[in-house]
Design a protein around this ligand. Structure first.
Ligand code: ZN
Length: 343
């Protein structure tokens, strides 16, 4: 089958990728749509450093084999797909049913779960077919098209950050950075009923999307700080959705005393913060990642019920042959937000 792979730091499309075979408890699906995630761009460019950081990290469960960057790597975790055929002895929705799924696959030997994210063996969303765990399949309701259902995963990231923040509807939210992660945070804040959402981004296109998804006020940091607009009277809940060195320190320097800072942007480099800012103002800083299965399902529901309109986020739909082009194109924040590949 055809599938996009990361090979020697380059994204390319192969015609001769081995077909995935559904085992017991698994279902073979035909990928209809898969969104390109910023983390995939980052892994393509800095995979070796990411793996090295992972090796240094303690206090986490490690399972499965490590990704070998000298071999083909399969990627694509923001997918919607149609059921083709269940594995042996497995129950599945009827053939042709449009589904999405929390992107993990239980190992055949029962030793744990593998994430469907970067793998030398597990086929993922940038390919014609993949296997999913039958118990994790979620049927896409309300005739939602595949290229919108594929945004379940990135929107769940925002929902998780908002849930972790514990923000009440009376509190004021500041969202720094309006890429796909910041926009997902804004959408989840709006669904939760938070009225004051002030968002900042240098890109006019991203500011326009932030307003459409529910930001009450949008700020161009070149003209005005988000802090002057949000006001300095009471504590804020600030979402850092940029993930670039220096941003967290600047937020800590500027945020109102007693504010809570939720770090959802993924900064892979080392970064410097001045604890003095945090101490002086008794700031709380919290790091968040991913989502729970319940949040994933709630995200699909919000999109399908029309609570979140993801249509404006999809700035291009392309065939698999244009996957390498899409990885290039996403480096320009003005041009694209979410590019969806339709294999
Ligand atoms: Zn992602």
């Amino acid at each position: 089958m055809r599938a996009g792979v990361l090979s020697g730091g380059k994204v390319l499309v192969r015609d001769d990728v081995e077909e995935p075979e559904p085992g017991p408890g698994q279902v073979l699906v035909q990928v209809e749509a898969c969104g390109i995630c910023g983390s995939d761009l980052h892994f393509a460019a800095h995979g070796a450093e990411m793996l090295a950081l992972g090796r240094r990290m303690e206090g986490v469960q490690r399972g499965g084999g490590e990704v070998d960057l000298t071999r083909d790597v399969y990627m694509g975790h923001e997918f919607a797909a149609r059921v083709l055929e269940p594995g042996p002895g497995t129950e599945a929705p009827p053939t042709g049913t449009l589904v999405t799924a929390f992107p993990v696959l239980p190992r055949a030997d029962g030793s744990g779960l593998d994430a469907i994210v970067y793998s030398n063996t597990i086929r993922a969303g940038y390919g014609e077919r993949m296997v999913l765990a039958a118990p994790l399949l979620l049927e896409v309701p309300n005739g939602l098209p595949a290229h919108h259902a594929a945004l379940t995963e990135p929107m769940a990231v925002g929902l998780h950050a908002v849930n972790r923040s514990g923000i009440s509807t009376a509190e004021r939210a500041v969202v720094v950075g309006c890429g796909p992660v910041g926009l997902a945070v804004i959408a989840a804040l709006a669904v939760r009923g938070v009225r004051t959402i002030v968002a900042a981004d240098y890109s006019p296109a991203r500011r326009a999307l932030a307003a459409r998804l529910g930001a009450a006020e949008v700020v161009d940091p070149r003209e005005e700080t988000v802090w002057s607009r949000a006001g300095a009277s009471t504590p804020l809940v600030v979402f850092e959705a940029v993930g670039v060195p220096g941003v967290l320190d600047d937020i800590m320097r500027c945020a109102t005393a007693q504010s809570r800072v939720v770090v959802v942007g993924v900064c892979m480099g080392a970064d410097t913060v001045h604890p003095y800012f945090g101490i002086s103002k008794e700031l709380s800083v919290q790091f968040v990642l991913g989502y729970t299965p319940d949040e994933f399902a709630a995200s699909l529901r919000s999109i399908a019920e029309g609570e979140i309109d993801v249509a404006p986020l999809v700035t291009a739909r392309v065939g698999l042959d244009r996957l390498p082009w899409a990885f290039e194109a996403l480096s320009d924040p003005e041009e694209h937000c979410k590019i969806v590949v339709e294999p």
